[in-house]
Design a binder for this molecule. Structure first.
Ligand SMILES: Cc1ncc(C[n+]2csc(CCOP(=O)(O)OP(=O)(O)O)c2C)c(N)n1
Ligand SMILES: [Mg+2]
Length: 324
């Protein structure tokens, strides 16, 4: 059986994508109200990538993520309350309110960190994959990165390293066409990023990043290759950035010809397919109500949670010295 003919499976993915969508919409609103400090990048309209990829992983498989990482964290199983409280800087957040949006860690879920340093995740994923291979587990590692990260030297090193050491790593490039205000064609002469895999000696596939089943299917194959053959794969998921680079981005830069922020909505695509397969409107209403209450609850939880204790500001800095 392939992943593309299982109705219940797609319903699960739809629900998950809706959670990511509503969570990010609520995050954007809370940020605009001044309730969330710092800086935040939303994962709107890229939901099919995180959800499709993570649907093929176990909690023993590690992922590394980016500055745009809330969706990856949720798709890997992070509790909405623990994420929202972290964004609010509260002690009940996943890392006690110390990390915020770009430093979300929960290794027992396989969440090896969102990360504000562009292109830093590839090397970390290689490390996790090397550890799994050395220990003889069948764990694998996935690194999510943007198109911008593909032209950073650290990504080249990581891909070469994974290929030459035959590591069970999947490089997922979310090609949303932009690196901040720079369109891909302004920093890459060849914009078909999957073809780069060939020079490293690994398999590269380009997939429709708005189609959650297509992403899941490509990942299933890459996971098989990683687990059974200990071979890396590069998946380029073609997607789009629905909004500005960060919440508050005025987008007063030159948009490339043909750019439209109103491309294909992964949720709508999935909904149409489910409807055609006989899923009734009631089901969608029920799921939306359920998700709205989960997200609303996460906001209330975050608001009511205490701030971290200032006396613990130096905790977790040194191994074994957590109470300094
Ligand atoms: C090493 C490094 N260089 C520059 C930046 C500033 N920066 C933050 S996000 C970003 C754009 C990344 O684009 P992409 O990888 O395509 O991800 P997207 O924002 O599209 O998801 C840049 C240049 C950074 N955080 N780290
Ligand atoms: Mg990008």
């Amino acid at each position: 059986m392939t992943v593309t003919n299982d109705l219940e499976f797609e319903q699960t993915l739809y629900r998950e994508m809706l959670l990511l969508r509503r969570f990010e919409e609520a995050t954007g609103d809370a940020f605009s109200r001044g309730e969330i400090p710092g800086f935040t990048h939303l994962y709107l309209w890229q939901e099919a990538v995180a959800v499709g990829v993570c649907s093929q992983l176990t909690s023993a498989d590690q992922i590394t993520s980016t500055h745009r990482g809330h969706g990856h964290a949720l798709a890997k199983g992070l509790e909405p309350r623990a994420l929202m409280a972290e964004l609010y800087g509260r002690s009940t957040g996943v890392v006690g309110g110390r990390g915020g949006s770009m430093h979300l860690y929960q290794p027992e879920l396989g969440l090896l960190g969102t990360n504000g340093i562009v292109a830093s995740g590839g090397g970390l994923a290689c490390g996790a994959a090397l550890a799994a291979k050395t220990r003889g587990t069948d764990g694998i590692a996935v690194t999510f990165m943007g198109d911008g990260a593909t032209d950073h030297g650290a990504t080249h090193e990581a891909m070469n390293f994974a290929a030459v050491l035959e590591l069970p790593v999947i490089f997922v490039v979310e090609n949303n066409g932009f690196s901040e205000g720079t369109p891909l064609a302004a920093h890459a002469a060849r914009t078909d990023l999957a073809q780069r895999a060939e020079i490293y000696g690994m398999v590269g596939v380009r997939v429709d990043g708005q189609d959650v089943l297509a992403v899941a299917e490509a990942t299933r194959e890459a996971v098989r290759r990683a687990r059974k053959q200990s071979a890396p794969t590069l998946i380029e998921a073609v997607t789009l950035r629905k909004t500005g680079h960060f919440v508050g981005d005025q987008m007063n830069y030159l948009l490339p010809e043909g750019w439209t922020a109103f491309g294909r909505d992964p949720l709508e695509m999935s909904r149409q397919r489910l409807t055609a397969s006989g899923v009734a409107d009631d089901w969608f209403t029920h799921i939306a109500d359920e998700i709205d209450s989960v997200v609303g609850d996460s906001i209330e939880f975050a608001r009511q949670s205490p701030w971290p204790d200032a006396r613990e500001v130096t905790s977790h800095l040194f191994a074994g010295e957590n109470n300094r």
